[in-house]
Design a protein around this ligand. Sequence first.
Ligand code: NAD
Length: 472
Amino acid sequence: MSDFTMTIDGKAVAGSSRFGVINPATGEVFAEAPECSRAQLDAAMDSAQGAFRAWQADVGVRKKALLDVAEALEARANEIAPVLVREQGKPLKDAFGEVMGAAVWFQVTAGLEIPVEVVADTPENRIEVRRRPLGVVAAITPWNYPLLLGVWKIAPALLAGNTLVIKPSPFTPLTTLMLGAILRDALPPGVVNVVSGGDALGAWMTSHPVPRKISFTGSIETGKKVAAAAAPDLKRLTLELGGNDAAIVLDDVSADAVAEKLFWGAFQNCGQVCSAIKRVYVPEKLYHPLVERLAAIAQGVKVGDGFQEGVQLGPLNNRPQFERVQELVDDARRGGARIAAGGAPLGGKGYFYPPTIVADVAEGVRLVDEEQFGPALPVLPYRNLDDAVERANRTNFGLSGSVWSQDPERATAVAGRLECGTAWVNQHLAIVPFAPFGGAKWSGIGVENGHWGLLGFTEIQTMNVAKKPAGG
Ligand code: NAD
């Protein structure tokens, strides 16, 4: 497979060279993607800049374009989903769900309004708070949900009247390039440019003089570099970064009542979700039953190539991540942790690691303190609820968290004490296009989704009008 092209100025463009894309189920290169040169990036930025004036003129045109793109994505879901399985590793059903989710995101975003707020209206004076688009947006995405997380940026940026240059992760460039082919048919040239390449291309984008805004999803480490690169030009920033979400189970539930939902809150997409459950705090009396229940579920999960019938979890996406998960589990084991399920790679050529439940660990162990971003879940007992909340909060991460109880009101009160951007009660990973999503503390700056995410692609213009004619 080597017919993937970038989209620059409305045209299909080959790279200055090509790089291989690995199928994580086999560990082998199955396709090639274009490598964008600096000159090609300049061309993409110039094209986005040139398209900005006309694109901001008519919101009706923009809404219709988003709906057309949604339709085209749905129509090509059967073609895109298998490529997503090959480049990302997730099971075909989940890949199909991601493509359809991306279409829904375009649709829901098309229905959002950008309000004009009137803050004064007297016979003499009218003051409106309006929103203007920013200009060119540089968007950079990670490899866990490459298509959906790209659309989280593309759809609102476009609706607000901006133009874009977007770069997917070098591990998963292909489905975003395919989306580029849809966008270049549906939109005027230059409105969306899709470029692909390595991390250096991301750094060129963030320090490029053209973009007025950077919308970045990825790790905290890279997020800090992006913020530093944005500073000299005072580029606007949205950073959606890593998490280390705590789930706190209260003492009024049984292990059976919560285990299945906790498990999938942690292991969906093989744990490669920014806001997956990454630590579970459990009252002492529930600790052993819950560890056992989670381990039993883990042992029953079918792990394999995403194209195999009935597979629930695919491989880890890439070798560095595969090695990192092994390293964190081995480190916990060396520190005295008990591996209740999983705990070693499955062997073979792919990056397969089974769902792993880790007991008898505590803060101070890397698996608990760091973001594992993979299929290994530490379970930690607690004696006192205040202490559990304190431990959940004692971190620089602040993406999301959840509280689990028979009594949703009681759980809501506890959830309100979590220092994070999204708090869930009796669920986790319930992310919807019409509610904001973003991180507290080091997990991010700004939010995506809904009205709030849309406003992040605008800046305020206060229109203060003296109603009397000049000289009158
Ligand atoms: P990463 O930070 O390594 O890479 C993300 C993107 O940044 C890639 O496209 C990469 O090429 C690019 N990049 C790398 N160096 C760069 C630089 N110096 N300047 C500009 N761009 C650069 O992250 P990853 O490993 O691809 O993704 C995993 C991380 O993403 C995890 O920490 C996860 O929690 C986080 N994540 C967060 C969210 C969220 O919404 N908060 C969603 C998904 C993933």
